[in-house]
Design a protein around this ligand. Structure first.
Ligand code: WTA
Length: 572
């Protein structure tokens, strides 16, 4: 695709000349784009909503929202008023103060975004949760972060164990028939009557923004905290990578429970004053194509699993819709197969641009830019202003074409600022106090393109969602029939990986189809549907180290018929 010369705001350029810009880029230039550059104080909600509402973009649509029952749009001016109402509602009905944690646990809806930005206007740290989470997952996150409040729906309330969460003071409920009582607030009742004027809480650029819990290979999910300053990179990558211009209609398919759904679902487009489409409800190929057609989507950001499912739905379906408005298509979350890139080129007549980043990086990190040749299968090149390298386990940089740890030099704008409540864990990500080590292995070719090779650890990526094997194993062990459990990602053509569990049973239990189903339901109800193993295999005993750690590497070798490698640490 050709990049047109687009009018850029002062000091900022779309990425027309990668090499030149990458060489000299200075993030402080981007800071000048924001009003806080002058005042010294910042608030994401001001930069993403209010300042547009007070400008020529006042009557421009900020949000198109559509699901089975609703089809609505809100201008930046309307968003300002609604988020002010939400902020007043939250403030007047709680003891919440700047820096307090508030979680959002509900399906997508305009109210979700009013409340999210209302909370940000108060200076709260927002923790978005997937609607699919069950009680155990909710408890872990709220407990770890001492959350004072949660926003949810009457339907989901039964999964919030507030009796076991003494710090949780206020539950905001969005829905019909809310029984309001001490600590339970009916949002839809108060929203229309709350004042639409609100004095925003001005923050420092290092103050907290969002807290996304994400999985590693060991331990419970970790709270990755981002600071307000992340906006600098989220804004600028919107220009360079998403290629935002004034007239675009942008659709990011990600749920806000995932960092993509916050950073690129709303922050990046709204920081740039771009119209954003949010589609509620479930994935369906026709529903998705129809959304592109109905809204005239020009920029579309989705994930490999979704593209593979669309591919599976057949090319004939694509032809039933007018997708001619699309001018830029992007992907994130898992390796984007060259086959999918070629399919995209054929059916949409658009290259699909892969982007690599992770919750911890806070914003896009390695990308295929509109102005750059795509090498199918490669993640692209580092975002200008960031230093990305392949390093060995000691933190020494490796030359091109050598596989090693994908690492980023500490100090990029959107870098996570903390692992909540766990400074030691935070420090463990860095080598030589210089390199943030991603947990991915990759190599860089001679032309500076990066190629993903796999995870170094056992983290599973299933349908683009990151699942920690430890969390699933822990849940499995709570099942009365299970004595030992080991969980791996098994390659799958559509989902990238599926979760496969190996379990050894407690004496007296016998393998059966009913037991498999029961175990699956147990994980589903305890954690989340996407964390439930699709395959369960019974074993008499699982491979363990002498210290009792399940050797997932051996399970994986069994599964894939590979050599098991060094077994010297295995118990007899
Ligand atoms: C994987 C936040 C290959 C990778 C966006 C990373 C990818 C993990 C790509 C982060 C890509 C993400 N190609 N793998 N383009 N993008 N990943 O924090 O393993 O949920 O470490 O994603 O996803 O997962 P997270």
């Amino acid at each position: 695709m050709k990049v047109e010369a687009l009018p850029a705001r002062a000091g900022v350029h779309q990425l027309h000349n990668y090499e030149e810009i990458a060489e000299n880029f200075d993030w402080t230039e981007v800071e000048k784009e924001f009003s806080w550059y002058e005042s010294g104080k910042v608030n994401m909600a001001h930069e993403a909503i209010d300042r547009h509402a007070d400008s020529d973009r006042k009557n421009k649509v900020a949000l198109y929202y559509k699901d089975q029952n609703r089809n609505e749009s809100y201008t930046f001016y309307q968003m300002k008023r609604m988020t002010n109402r939400a902020a007043n509602l939250l403030k007047e009905n709680s003891t919440l103060e700047k820096g307090d944690r508030i979680f959002i646990f509900m399906p997508r809806s305009p109210e979700l975004y009013f409340l999210m930005f209302g909370a940000l206007k108060m200076g709260l740290i927002v923790g978005p949760l997937f609607e699919a989470f069950m009680e155990g997952a909710i408890y872990d996150r709220l407990d770890d972060s001492d959350a004072k409040s949660i926003i949810t729906t009457p339907e989901l309330l039964s999964r919030v164990p507030y009796d076991r969460l003494p710090k949780l003071e206020t539950v905001f409920l969005v829905g019909e028939d809310v029984a309001e009582h001490e600590g339970h607030i009916d949002v839809l009742k108060h929203l229309p009557t709350s004042s639409d004027k609100f004095e925003i809480e001005w923050l420092d650029k290092e103050d907290g923004l969002v807290l996304h819990y994400t999985s590693g290979s060991t331990g419970k999910p970790k709270g990755v905290l981002h600071a307000q300053y992340a906006m600098v990179q989220q804004y600028q990558t919107g220009k360079w990578v998403l290629d935002f211009t004034e007239t675009d209609i942008y659709w990011c398919t990600a749920d806000p429970g995932w960092v993509t759904g916050t950073a690129y679902g709303v922050f990046s487009p709204w920081l740039n004053g771009v119209t954003t489409v949010i589609l509620g409800g479930r994935f369906s190929p026709d529903g998705w194509y129809k959304a592109i057609e109905d809204f005239g989507v020009t920029i579309w950001y989705s994930a490999p699993t979704a593209f593979r499912m669309l591919m599976g739905a057949g090319d004939a379906l694509v032809k039933e819709y007018d997708l001619s408005t699309l001018r830029h298509v992007l992907s994130v979350g898992e390796p984007l197969n060259p086959e999918v890139v070629r399919w995209g080129a054929q059916v949409f007549d658009k290259r699909i641009h892969d982007t690599w980043w992770m919750t911890e990086t806070g914003a896009q990190t390695i990308c295929n830019y509109p102005s750059m040749a795509i090498k199918p299968g490669s993640m692209g090149k580092p975002v200008p202003g960031l230093k990305v390298a392949i390093v060995d386990d000691q933190g020494n940089e490796l030359p091109p074409n050598q596989m090693g740890n994908l690492a980023i030099e500490k100090g990029w704008p959107a870098m996570m600022r903390q692992i909540w409540n766990n400074p030691a864990k935070y420090e463990s990500y860095f080598l030589k106090d210089k390199w943030y080590v991603s947990g991915d292995s990759a190599y860089m070719d001679e032309e500076g393109y990066f190629w993903f090779q796999g995870r170094v650890d056992d983290v599973i990526m299933t349908s683009g969602e990151r699942v920690g094997p430890f969390e699933v194993e822990s849940k499995l062990l709570e099942h009365p029939a299970i004595a030992e459990a080991g969980v791996i990602g098994k390659p799958d053509p559509v989902r990238g990986e599926i979760i496969k569990a190996f379990v050894a049973l407690v004496d007296g239990y016998e393998p059966s189809e009913e037991l498999i189903e029961d175990i699956r339901q147990f994980v589903k109800k305890g954690l989340a549907a996407h964390a439930a193993p699709r395959e369960i295999e019974f074993k008499d005993k699982l491979p363990k180290t002498r210290s009792g750690k399940i050797m997932r590497r051996v399970l994986k070798a069994w599964e894939l018929d590979l050599p098991t490698g060094d077994l010297s640490t295995m118990e007899d």
